[in-house]
Write a protein that binds this ligand. Structure first.
Ligand code: ATP
Ligand code: MG
Length: 396
């Protein structure tokens, strides 16, 4: 029987919460595979197993499973009876014969210690048979090809290669966060890093449409589409910010505007976080990257939020963040030209050290509560579903 065989790693360390983490992982995997010809998710001895039906391809499964946080690695394996004959026959039958293999080894893991044959003996036995039929050279230290065998109490698996999983912790185990998503490079990476720690992200994007084009909205939508599969769907809130910015320009001097815009964003985000029960706000700031991201300015910005503000990229260099964005697939979207709302009504040289007094003075003339309440009252919310299931026509 063909199965998806996956391993978790970090969860194994989580003591008493282990069962709870694994339940989330199993449920997430089941939901990620929804609509495909697969069986029930099973959890034999520290592994995750999903039987694969005839109608499902490896590509189908892979496009889903690669987003499932909590998996260290996965493989497409065959499950047989836990006997030496069944394992050896299966391996010989399914070996990729057509291709030239420079060298190989067999690696056996016995999670079931009562299995009568010790691992090294089984490796030698299977390796000998493989060598007999293929003439491939054995290389124990640096093989080009590995035959993996794993034995659990009621079955045995063999496969010919592992693929890295998404890692991290299962989605939903870390609580909800509200991510401030610009159209830029950093905030999607910040979101992904928190999602990888098990947090479920809801997204908010502030835009200056119709003062500026809707390019940043389109980018935010595309970015959420890339991120949503990691947590089985997501919501994006779109908040018009241009009119607020215009109001701010009336009383706030140019150099201070970016800090005041950001404080406004955090206030509105705090109100939205309250509505969606998000425990923290997430931003893509990194110290020193741009003028608004000095420690002084970040502190001045944070004091407007009513809850924890998390900045997972705070100590990262731009090239490290860009490498993450490339891996994640958000980079090509982030570098599309847009019109970021923060460029609206701002001078080229913003203040790098906003003092508490200056901020208080600048905000004194603004009806802050009204502005926040109006912006957060009835946000436009878009939903991105994952997986996208193709509905069969009625009656089928
Ligand atoms: P990014 O690449 O994420 O845009 P950046 O280096 O360009 O970051 P800023 O533009 O100063 O830095 O933004 C800092 C953070 O503030 C962003 O990472 C994001 O979390 C938040 N932010 C900025 N603009 C917006 C926006 N229009 N909507 C939502 N959040 C925003
Ligand atoms: Mg930006």
């Amino acid at each position: 029987m063909r199965v998806l065989l996956a391993h978790y790693q970090e969860i194994a360390l989580k003591g008493q919460n282990r069962a709870w983490f694994i339940r989330h992982l199993a449920r997430n995997l089941r939901d990620a595979l929804a609509g495909l010809d697969v069986g029930e998710v099973r959890l034999p001895m520290g592994r995750v197993e999903v039987p694969l039906g005839d109608a499902v391809t490896i590509g189908d499964v892979e496009s889903r499973v690669r987003h499932v946080f909590g998996l260290a690695n996965y493989s497409f394996a065959h499950r047989v009876e836990p006997t030496v004959e069944a394992i050896t026959d299966g391996v010989l039958r399914d070996l990729p014969r057509g291709r030239a293999v420079e060298s190989f080894r067999v690696e056996v893991r016995r999670a079931h210690k009562q299995f009568p044959v010790p691992s090294p003996d089984l490796e030698r036995h299977i390796g000998g048979r493989v060598h007999d039929v293929t003439n491939w050279r054995v290389d124990l230290s640096n093989p080009a090809f590995t035959v993996w065998v794993e034995i659990v109490p009621k079955g045995a698996y063999y496969h010919f290669g592992k693929r890295p999983g998404a890692g991290g912790l299962p989605s939903g185990t870390g609580g909800r966060v509200l991510v401030l998503l610009s159209g830029g490079i950093d905030s999607p990476v910040a979101a992904w890093r928190m999602m990888r720690r098990g947090c479920h992200a809801t997204f908010v994007h502030f835009h200056a449409h119709p003062f500026l084009s809707h390019a940043s909205i389109d980018k935010a939508r595309e970015l959420v589409r890339v991120l949503a599969p990691f947590q089985l769907g997501a919501h994006l809130m779109l908040i018009p910010f241009g009119e607020l910015q215009r109001q701010i320009t009336v009383t706030v001097p140019g150099p201070l505007r970016v800090v005041i815009y950001r404080r406004m964003m955090l206030r509105i985000a705090s109100a939205l976080a309250h509505k969606v029960h998000a425990r923290a706000l997430v931003t893509g700031d990194a110290v020193g990257q741009v003028a608004s991201q000095t420690l002084d300015n970040l502190a001045a910005i944070d004091s407007a939020a009513d809850r924890l503000v998390v900045r997972p990229l705070v100590g990262m260099a731009k090239d490290e963040i860009m490498a993450d964005a490339e891996r994640l697939g958000t980079f090509p979207i982030s570098i599309l030209p847009d019109q970021d709302c923060c460029t609206l009504f701002t001078p080229r040289h913003p203040l790098t050290r906003a003092s508490v007094e200056a901020v208080a003075r600048a905000e004194a003339g603004l009806p802050l509560d009204e502005m926040v309440a109006a912006a957060a009252a009835d946000p436009a919310i878009e939903r991105v579903d994952w997986p996208v299931l193709v509905k069969s026509p009625a009656g089928l």
